[in-house]
Design a protein around this ligand. Structure first.
Ligand SMILES: CC(C)(COP(=O)(O)OP(=O)(O)OC[C@H]1O[C@@H](n2cnc3c(N)ncnc32)[C@H](O)[C@@H]1OP(=O)(O)O)[C@@H](O)C(=O)NCCC(=O)NCCS
Length: 171
């Protein structure tokens, strides 16, 4: 199968924060951001695999900065590693300053999607070839994250998570 780059799957969604999407502090509601990230990540997974994709897990979410009402929010998703049928999607969230136009990083998240056929059975996806330094770092760390996610889901025995164990033994 022809390999693809993270850039091939890059998906950018830009939208405003409206009053109905905020919490009592007038900041973006966490669930709304999760939904925006899920949508961008699913498009990135679809662009990489050209298949039907489903969310298998949300591996990491960091709500580092509150996003105020009226903000312009950009969600950028790219495939960071492809395994057999699963893909890790890395999502960066940026908020734009109204006056300067400067974009600052607000949040990030990592989702796992699985490509499936019309009956919902997993199917193989093309390999990913990272290009930039950041893409290579994310690619390298993705196997550890996959193993952690599978251990937490009860789908892999901790003793079999070799990459994950090496992280603790070697640090
Ligand atoms: C995701 C799903 C297709 C996996 O099916 P499954 O029968 O567990 O299939 P497998 O065990 O063969 O796993 C398929 C791949 O998913 C990966 N996977 C499954 N659960 C995972 C998890 N919790 N974290 C990370 N990867 C996971 C497996 O490692 C495997 O990856 P690989 O093929 O790249 O090695 C199935 O669980 C499903 O359809 N879930 C519902 C999806 C959905 O509706 N999402 C929206 C929720 S509202």
């Amino acid at each position: 199968m022809q390999s693809r780059t993270p850039e091939d799957s890059k998906t950018t969604l830009t939208d405003l924060v409206l009053p109905s999407e905020t919490n009592p502090l007038n900041n973006l509601f966490g669930g709304e951001l999760l939904a925006r990230m899920d949508r961008a990540a699913s498009i990135a997974a679809r662009r990489h695999s050209r298949r039907i994709v489903v969310t298998a897990s949300v591996n990491h979410v960091a709500f580092n900065k509150a996003v105020p009402l009226g903000s312009v929010v950009t969600v950028e998703a790219k495939v960071s590693r492809a395994f057999k049928s699963s893909m890790e999607i890395y999502i960066d969230v940026w908020v734009e300053d109204r006056e300067s136009g400067h974009r600052s990083k607000a949040n990030e998240a990592i989702y796992t999607f699985v490509a499936v056929d019309e009956t919902g059975h997993p199917v193989a996806v093309p390999p990913l070839e990272p290009e930039t330094e950041l893409e290579k770092q994310r690619f390298e760390a993705a196997l550890r994250r996959k193993q952690l996610s599978l251990v937490l889901a009860g789908k892999l025995k901790p003793g079999e998570a070799t990459e994950l164990k090496a992280l603790f033994v070697n640090s």
